[in-house]
Design a protein around this ligand. Structure first.
Ligand SMILES: NC(=O)c1ccc[n+]([C@@H]2O[C@H](COP(=O)([O-])OP(=O)(O)OC[C@H]3O[C@@H](n4cnc5c(N)ncnc54)[C@H](O)[C@@H]3O)[C@@H](O)[C@H]2O)c1
Length: 274
């Protein structure tokens, strides 16, 4: 069993879904967890759940799209704990819609949270993590949509391809200095992300079906949390999860981006099976 006793973990979007599962799992393995979320109450609920189970956690209200707020979080975590061993940049929002129904504000919000939110986490924490002089992990939540395209998800794909790209570039830059950077790429996971996501145009009519599809067919967020824990140990750079969903399309896309286009066009039909 991985022993994270004495290790410090920071998780954004920790109030729900994948972030919540990861916070609970890392705490069970001994880490002190800083659970940050836009919704302070959900971060507090997760921290209380950890404390109730005998673990150690602190809750933080945080908007990852606000670079000053992310910098303030890093300053306060280092002031209290002096180190961060696992940074999980996980907060994200869903968006789907045909391009003519998508707004400039949608692009700004999706890129602002899903991509720049990760970049702000890196900028605030990594220089401090380099100074602490101990090996550490930065684990960014990307998506299957950061490895293969999906029609009517251009802003979301752009944000998640960006997360995969920055993770690979940073790993090349930092792994020699002890900081391993990974991109977790979940497929369909049963969390409220679709229920709470932005849906535009003809995709909006499928919202209820897509929510049902995620509930019925989605893997548990606990499975993604297990992958995060394994990544802390193994430093895998790109982590498709669950492999049964994501690996085949990922490999097909690597073989030929053209071959994946029919699947990319079909995504909406698949989701409407809910
Ligand atoms: N659920 C899936 O099928 C799936 C698939 C691939 C990738 N992902 C990614 O996984 C990550 C976690 O999503 P999830 O499925 O657990 O969804 P979720 O909605 O259950 O959790 C997301 C959490 O992020 C928080 N959040 C949203 N905007 C924020 C902001 N600006 N600042 C701080 N916190 C914010 C929300 O309050 C929420 O608690 C996201 O990056 C998402 O894109 C999810």
């Amino acid at each position: 069993m991985t022993d994270l006793t004495g290790r410090i973990a920071v998780i954004t979007g920790a109030g729900s879904g994948i972030g919540r599962s990861t916070a609970l799992l890392l705490a069970r393995h001994g880490a002190r967890v800083h659970a940050a979320d836009l919704h302070a109450a959900s971060a507090e609920a997760v921290a209380a759940e950890i404390a109730g189970a005998g673990g150690r956690a602190a809750a933080h209200a945080l908007d990852v799209a606000d670079p000053e707020a992310v910098e303030a979080l890093a300053a306060s975590v280092f002031a209290v704990d002096g180190r961060v061993d696992v940074l999980h940049n996980n907060a994200g929002i869903g968006h789907a819609g045909n391009v003519e129904a998508t707004t400039v504000e949608d692009w700004q919000r999706v890129i602002g949270v899903n991509l720049l939110g990760v970049a702000y986490g890196v900028q605030a924490f990594v220089p401090r993590m380099l100074e602490q002089g101990a090996p550490a992990s930065v684990i960014n939540t990307a998506s299957q949509a950061g490895l293969v395209p999906a029609a009517k998800m251009a802003p979301y794909c752009a944000s998640k391809y960006g997360v995969v790209g920055l993770s690979e570039a940073l790993n090349a830059e930092l792994s020699g200095r002890g900081i391993h950077v990974s991109a977790i790429c979940p497929g369909i996971i049963d969390t409220p992300i679709v229920a709470n996501g932005i849906m535009r145009g003809d995709v909006a009519a499928l919202h209820a079906k897509a929510v049902r599809f995620y509930a019925r067919r989605g893997a548990s967020p606990d499975e993604v949390a297990e992958a995060v824990l394994r990544t802390v140990e193994r430093h895998t750079m790109i982590v498709p999860v669950p492999r049964r969903q994501v690996t085949a399309p990922y490999l097909l896309h690597r073989l030929s981006p053209r071959l994946i286009q029919p699947l990319a066009r079909n995504m909406e039909r698949i989701l409407s099976r809910g």
